[in-house]
Design a protein around this ligand. Sequence first.
Ligand code: G3I
Length: 396
Amino acid sequence: MLDNWQMTRRQLLQFGTTSIAAAGVASCRSLLPGSRNNTGESSDNSNRVILPSTCVPLEEGCPLKDHAASRGLIYGAAAKYPTLSSDSELANVLSRECALLVPENDFKWISLRPGLHQFDFTRSDWMADFADANNLLLRGHTLVWYKSLPRWFQKEVNVTNAEAVMLDHIRTVGNRYAGRMHSWDVVNEAIAPTPTIENPWRPSPWLDWVGEDYVAKAFHAAHEVDPDARLVYNENGLWWDAPEGEAKKLAVLRLLENLKTQGVPVHALGIQSHLRGHLMDQFQPEKMRQFLQNVADLEIEIIISELDVRDTDLPDDIGERDRLIASAYSEYLAVILEQPAVSTVVTWGLSDRDTWHNKAGRKNDARPLPFDRNLNRKPAWSAISNSFQNAPLHSP
Ligand code: G3I
């Protein structure tokens, strides 16, 4: 039955897991506490979608999405419009391996906004249609960020119009894709790299011109136009336990607690997880376990939203480097996937032929991702698939 079981992504989202359980689809995942009840009404938006494993029986050669789905998890990857629209090989591997797509740059202001009163949805529409055509869940990244703002922004936005400009952007973009989104990164990286209790905030035009409640206002606006989307607060620098890592975890917890107390519709925390292969000794499992549990105690879902392993400071030898990268994935995911509130793992790219590390890290020699430049599976792929297989079944 699973072979010809075809439910579109949107149907899946609309039906929710209750129907899928009724359909008897294997490896059904049940719901997070406080989510949709049997009548399908949502008490909040935290019900988790399950994507049944289509590779039955589950074997080594099955794609990553099936290894994830067999444990009640979603696996996906980021990709860019210029790459997906021109590299059919990579597009085919992504649609085979992934259950979810997050456009790496195509939903950012710099891509969507040619002018203060203009929108250009060419790239974002293409990516949303690609997701639909390939039955991929779609994550939007990101409605409000201090970076990747268009050139006109600093000249045309100021303290008098910033709130209206931000809300208009969220409502216009959110409304256009309403009903199609698995989740939105509503606000990205609002907490400072080294936050203090007195001032946890990262400098940002939104903070300066809208004020500290820009985060809450953004989430409310997104929920108004797309009540079905999971609304995510996305943050970097949480994976490690260097001093700033600890301070950041506390600041993010305080932010999430405040938002929940104010009744802000924040449904998930995105933990970016840009690991550094040479700094894994700064990853303290116990501290991460405690942090994840603190987030789960707020009834907030957890999405590993931008997972990759920077190899800039690892040995040049490819075999050794690949081994260390795979080891970093295994070590990190073993801890992460113990936490039932974790629903989704997204790698920030799928193949080394297209990774931001080719610019930010090793120049055109980076190997952070599950597939190499020739789209062959690497030790990192095995590390991720084994991590899924070894994970506890994700159900409440
Ligand atoms: O498309 C233009 C190209 O036409 C032009 O010739 C070239 C000149 O530099 O720039 C190209 O745009 C670049 C774009 O990536 C596409 O490659 C931008 O300059 C560059 O800033 C942009 O970088 C992206 C970065 O976010 C900033 O938006 C990276 O691809 C993307 O991986 C990175 O992703 C971020 C997440 O959004 C947030 N978390 C951290 C993560 C890594 O920095």
